[in-house]
Write a protein that binds this ligand. Structure first.
Ligand code: ADP
Ligand code: MG
Length: 294
């Protein structure tokens, strides 16, 4: 049977914007020694800004690059897609979905669509390879943002750089959690090594696995579970493509604000306000609940 204090614990959590889907998760939380994080929307705010546009094809100028890519991305709910669409709207694009067909989103890579009769592909290096887009050297950009490469009718056309800020309190929260017995902090991301390292160092995370496809995140988590059997492992994600990893972890924790419905469904605990401090609050509530129960 469930000790009464667990109901109190779930209530206390809910007053703090933390949805706990069952009393056993409060108990599991107190035993977490490994925390595995998604980057976008979890360690970062998840709201990108366009910081740079580079045209590498005289036939497609920077305004056209932005518009073509934004029109294709208007069918995606990825945070990168939203930032590109917003930038184009600010620059005057109206009715983005007009003239767009055959939209095909490729998880962890980007998307492809026909825009005003032209085949437009926007995504990372993996997408360019998948579509056999020939290019000598991809532009590097500033190195601080995520590069979205664009090809038009099979020819490399340029790139849009987008940047997302790390959450300011990550390091403080993780230091508190370290004192509470969490030993490993790990990042899994589909983004580039450079961007991943920059965010990790600000958050004080030393284990980073970058350039992962959604299914590779599950494989990586399996390895982590295998190597951290002395305690429980939590996966914390905002959710776009993260549902399988959330399900596989001992405890799946989703960001409820920006998170996708699939992630909120798959998670055991939901942080309604997307704040990392919710992890520390939940830890404290779980320990208090256990101390009353036993
Ligand atoms: P994350 O680990 O940051 O959640 P995702 O699996 O969502 O990563 O995406 C990984 C990478 O795939 C992104 O960093 C981006 O380069 C590319 N990507 C995914 N979806 C899109 C999209 N709609 N438009 C452009 N690029 C995309
Ligand atoms: Mg994601």
């Amino acid at each position: 049977s469930v000790p009464l204090s667990f109901f109190g614990g779930i209530g206390a959590a809910s007053k703090n914007g933390i949805l706990v889907k069952g009393s056993s998760y409060l108990q599991d939380l107190a035993e977490v020694k490994t925390m595995v994080f998604d980057k976008t929307g979890t360690l970062t705010h998840g709201t990108f800004e366009v910081t740079n546009i580079i045209s590498e094809n005289p036939a497609v100028n920077t305004d056209q690059l932005l518009n073509l890519c934004a029109k294709a991305e208007s069918f995606s709910s990825h945070p990168i897609a939203l930032s590109i669409l917003n930038a184009a709207k600010k620059a005057g694009l109206t009715d983005p979905k007009a003239g767009v067909e055959n939209v095909e989103e490729i998880a962890g890579k980007g998307l492809k669509a026909t825009v005003d009769g032209k085949v437009v592909a926007c995504g990372n290096e993996k997408l360019m390879s998948l579509l056999n887009i020939g290019h000598d050297v991809l532009p590097a950009g500033s190195g601080f943002g995520t590069n979205v490469y664009i090809a038009v009718d099979g020819i490399f056309a340029g790139m849009i750089e987008v940047a997302d800020e790390p959450k300011e309190d990550a390091k403080v929260v993780f230091d508190l959690l370290r004192k509470e017995g969490v030993e490993r902090f790990i990042m899994l991301t589909g983004d580039s090594e450079t961007v991943a390292r920059a965010v990790a160092s600000k958050a004080g995370i030393d284990e980073v696995h970058a350039k992962l496809l959604p299914e590779q995140k599950v494989d990586e988590l399996e390895k982590i579970l295998e190597s951290s059997k002395n305690g429980k492992t939590a996966y914390i994600g905002d959710g776009i493509n993260d549902a399988p990893v959330l399900t596989r972890a001992d405890i799946g924790i989703a960001m409820g604000g920006l998170g996708s419905d699939a992630a909120i469904e798959a998670a055991d605990i939901v942080l309604m306000d997307d704040q990392l401090s919710g992890l520390y609050k939940a830890d404290q509530i779980s320990k208090k609940t256990l101390s009353i129960a036993y």
